[in-house]
Design a protein around this ligand. Sequence first.
Ligand code: FAD
Ligand code: MLT
Ligand code: ZN
Length: 480
Amino acid sequence: MTTLTQPQTDLIAQLRDICGTANVLTHEEPAADLSPWEQDWRKRVHGLALAVVRPGNTAEVAAVVKACAAANTAIVPQGGNTGLVVGGVPDGSGTQIVLSMTRMNAVRAIDPANLTITVEAGCVLQNLQAAAEAAGFLFPLSLGAEGSCTIGGNLGTNAGGTQVVRYGNTRELCLGLEVVTAQGEIWHGLSGLRKDNTGYDLRNLMIGSEGTLGIITAATMKLYPQPAAQLTAWAAVPSMDAAVALLGLAHQRLGPGLTGFEVMNQFALGLVDKHYPQLRVPLWQATPWCVLIENSDSENEQHARSQFEALLEAAMDQGCVTDAVVAESLTQAKGLWHIRESITLAQAQEGLNIKHDISIPVSRIPDFVAETDALLAREVPGVRMVDFGHLGDGNLHYNVQAPEGVDEKAFLRDFEDPINTLVFNQVKRYDGSISAEHGVGELKVGKLPLYKDPTALAMMRAIKQTLDPQNILNPGRVLA
Ligand code: FAD
Ligand code: MLT
Ligand code: ZN
């Protein structure tokens, strides 16, 4: 039970009028457990919300924002709460409301001729994929959290995932948005146009703004034809240099058929084997790296298989693959992908680590990894690297796990800041980015000014000040 001020009590009454009593949850009810909305997925932060508000339509979102603006109350937009940078949970002040978008989950329309689907922001990604498939199309965004993340959160973070090498990230899949501004106005931008040069690109400004510039209530997304056949291979590679060489060959041989190219180091796969032995990780014990390759073919399975076999043969001839398996069935392919997607969970089972989501030009990744691994080993002897990610996009999850037997909390307390500094300085030296796909959130907000171009940062601040002068949309995230 928390004690509210009179203006807070008045605001909650107003929010209940707008969304209905059942859709405004507070700590006033003694048994209320708001943890699912207050705690982030990695359990880095447990905030305290003034209320969790669950609007059912865009007009309600607009009315909620107007009421909060009048009461000068901060709003934290939230989708599936799977974000990894502490961007979608309230701070500990008990003064912010969480705007949970999950009731707004309808598929509004599919336009087969225009190859578009329009959905509400709270639509779970897997449901969006299923709606596209039921209509005979592919919606290619795919990530481990797809069973619970929402398209609003994907747009808010400009999520990447495992198909970016062919289809691009969420921004590239979006044609139009409906957004509620910080003043509670509705921007009706649900265009399905592929060409529109009538001024500044507000859609792309909203995408990746992590709930700090507007609340996305619906989106028009691109659809693609389903591939005629899809094959997956799992290859053992002797080094990161070999993995990059294999990527080059895969681009050459598969062309637009190359829809996934993921790399995983031995320690990451060892964690999956340790915590989920039933998944039967192939080839990992005899090689430092494994690669997962997906070939989506527009002709047929036979064509896909012969292309794949030719690729792997050439790769073995050149010494960049030492062993490989090609999935014989869709079930086997799904099994291989499931192993890849389980790394995040296996690391969580092992204990909290220092997570990095970096991008580097692909050509420079081998040198980056060799050099930075050595620097880290010098800084923390025995440190264990959980390296995996979307090599096809130059995006590595370059995570630093405590040495065996070292308490994770003590490790994070003593080493998180120096290790972040070491890794981010290396990223800068290699012309990379300190956040490839997860965003800035609260976790990296202190570091951003050190690594972002100062003129870019000044423009970002000016945009924030103009669109949200009261600073009520997700304050303290992206920009401090
Ligand atoms: P939330 O976590 O609820 O919110 C994320 C951010 O978006 C917050 O800043 C929030 O304020 C903002 N936001 C949410 N909804 C809206 C809205 N309607 N309007 C405006 N802002 C909004 N990410 C990747 O990019 N690639 C991956 O491969 C990937 N794999 C993952 C695997 C696992 C197992 C997990 C747990 C996470 C993974 N993620 C990945 C991170 C996460 O799933 C993505 O960032 C996802 O896009 C977040 O969606 P969400 O609905 O859960 O958003
Ligand atoms: C992934 O690629 O699996 C995700 O980005 C999640 C993670 O980094 O753990
Ligand atoms: Zn990722």
